[in-house]
Design a protein around this ligand. Structure first.
Ligand code: FAD
Length: 476
């Protein structure tokens, strides 16, 4: 009789989990499951304390779900990836494991870790079985004629849509319950060494059952209005599923599968035209990009002129940005939302990141790392991809001269100033016509409201940025 080990990482679900499902295909096999936390490594990777807490709570839930299948989830806390590899090998040998099952992760250190595991296990004749379960399509399938990853998003997207419509949806169900539970030792899941930060469980529920319910509620109540509403930051208009996708409590395939179930007649149309599916395909693009270029997770870039950019890196400006005290209300409200909630609306992520890179001329790496250290949905592929896109140095980026004007963005997407007032109570009394533009306020208003002066002049900063970027790119 074989012993199969399912190694959980960022795939904390029992439904639609390719590796788990495959591990359980042999009805006779003994199935063991293992999760290894790596708090020290995660801190080095700037994981936020909210995301760490979300992981912790979800592994507790996962353990209960696995119990229902008669599978025991073993738990171990290690510090680094290297230590986790050594533990895993020991575990496999002690429990006479024949096959290891896991879903791939695409970051540089994670890929290196998995290669190390595979090589070491091979020596003991243990077979490693890896699966792509965090994407819609396995990376490597959508490639250009040279066998490389597409550089242009639109090309990637077109191919991706074709693949999605040609192949039937892969909704892998829960594996069948095992006859008996195998318990070789008892390993309780204790809080790992991380300064956990509480988060709002109404917004970010625990466990795949509640998350699937959240997805259904999104399709029922918000999906049809997403096209017109999704940029409105004052309303609860988007799915808020990113945190669950980032730790794999939900898979993107489940998103499409449920979309199909809700809208069978219009499904093909939605895959081609719907902007929510388009966002999932952006996610796909950045995941595939990271798979091909894992060093992106080490803040490397693919373009050859980025290191010519002369960053300003003013520490006082960086501090003001982080604390939501730049004197530009929409930027500050966004940053305060990030600090208080661990989540920020996509429009605000664009506005605040553009402000940091293009107006303050601060190295995008600092912003990327700060976002990661605060986001409950921090995901290297998406965070890095979007920061590089905003900074105009990514694979298919905004042109370098594109810069978000925070005042215009504020007027357009928070017309009544409701969002600003929610996060900047100092400005509650300012009228909706004036709230967006601090230059319309007189000194009295500012003093009364103890809100900072704008730290820069927008027009001047735009001119400087254009000169710096043009020089870096064309040496002009
Ligand atoms: P919805 O609008 O409901 O979209 C559904 C899903 O599509 C999201 O959950 C997400 O998985 C994907 N998606 C949405 N927008 C994007 C996008 N621009 N790029 C790639 N995928 C997208 N998202 C993260 O999950 N983790 C991050 O660390 C992250 N960092 C970002 C940094 C910057 C500078 C920017 C501009 C965007 C970042 N995003 C990140 C993408 C996006 O802002 C969030 O995914 C989205 O706001 C999450 O809210 P939602 O789940 O309600 O999204």
């Amino acid at each position: 009789m074989k012993t199969n080990l399912m190694w959980f990482r960022s795939d904390l679900r029992i439904r639609n989990n390719l590796a788990l499902y495959s591990a359980c295909q042999d009805c006779e096999a003994t199935i063991l499951a293992l999760f290894i936390s790596c708090p020290h490594q995660w801190k080095l990777n700037s994981m936020s304390s909210r995301k760490a807490f979300l992981i912790y709570k979800n592994i507790l839930f996962l353990k209960k779900e696995l119990m229902k299948l008669n599978i025991y989830l073993y738990y171990h806390e290690s510090t680094t990836f290297l230590e986790s590899v050594n533990y895993l090998i020991k575990f496999c040998r002690k429990n006479k494991v024949n096959n290891l099952y896991y879903n791939y992760e695409y970051e540089f250190l994670e890929q290196k870790r998995d290669i190390m595991v595979m090589k070491k296990l091979k020596k003991y004749h243990i077979i490693s079985n890896g699966f792509h379960s965090s994407t819609l399509i396995p990376p490597g399938v959508i490639i250009n004629k040279k066998g490389e990853m597409y550089k242009k998003y639109s090309h990637f997207k077109n191919r991706c849509i074709l693949e999605l419509l040609q192949n039937s949806l892969n909704d892998i169900f829960i594996p069948k319950k095992r006859k008996t539970i195998i318990l070789t030792s008892n390993t309780p899941i204790v809080p790992f060494d991380f300064n956990f930060h509480r988060f709002n469980e109404q917004l970010f529920p625990i466990g795949e059952i509640k998350v699937l319910k959240k997805l259904k509620v999104f399709f029922k109540n918000k999906f049809n209005k997403y096209f017109t509403n999704n940029n409105s930051i004052s309303h609860d208009t988007t799915s808020m599923l990113s945190a669950h996708l980032s730790i794999g409590v939900l898979s993107p395939m489940q998103c499409l599968f449920l979309l199909f179930k809700y809208y069978p007649n219009t499904y093909a149309y939605y895959v081609k035209k719907c902007c929510w599916v388009n966002e999932l395909i952006w996610r796909e693009f950045f995941k595939h990009l990271l798979y091909f270029h894992p060093l992106l997770s080490q803040q490397k870039v693919l373009c050859d002129w980025e290191n010519n950019i002369k960053w300003n890196n003013n520490e006082k400006h960086f501090e003001a940005w982080k604390r939501g005290k730049t004197g530009f209300p929409i930027v500050d409200a966004g940053m305060r939302q990030l600090n208080q909630l661990g989540w920020m609306h996509n429009r605000l992520r664009m506005v605040t990141s553009s402000f940091l890179v293009k107006n303050l001329l601060i190295d995008w790496r600092k912003g990327e790392q700060y976002f990661m250290s605060r986001l409950i949905d921090g995901d290297t592929a998406l965070n890095n991809g979007n920061w590089q896109w905003i900074s105009s140095i990514g694979s298919d980026s905004a042109p370098y001269f594109r810069i978000f004007n925070p005042i215009l963005q504020s007027k357009k997407f928070d017309a009544q100033g409701k969002f600003i007032r929610k996060y900047i109570p100092e400005l509650t009394k300012i009228s909706y016509t004036n709230i967006h533009d601090p230059n319309t306020w007189n000194g009295n208003i500012r003093r009364r409201n103890s809100y900072p002066e704008p730290i820069i002049n927008l027009a001047d900063s735009k001119k400087t940025m254009l000169t710096v970027f043009k020089f870096a790119k064309y040496k002009l």
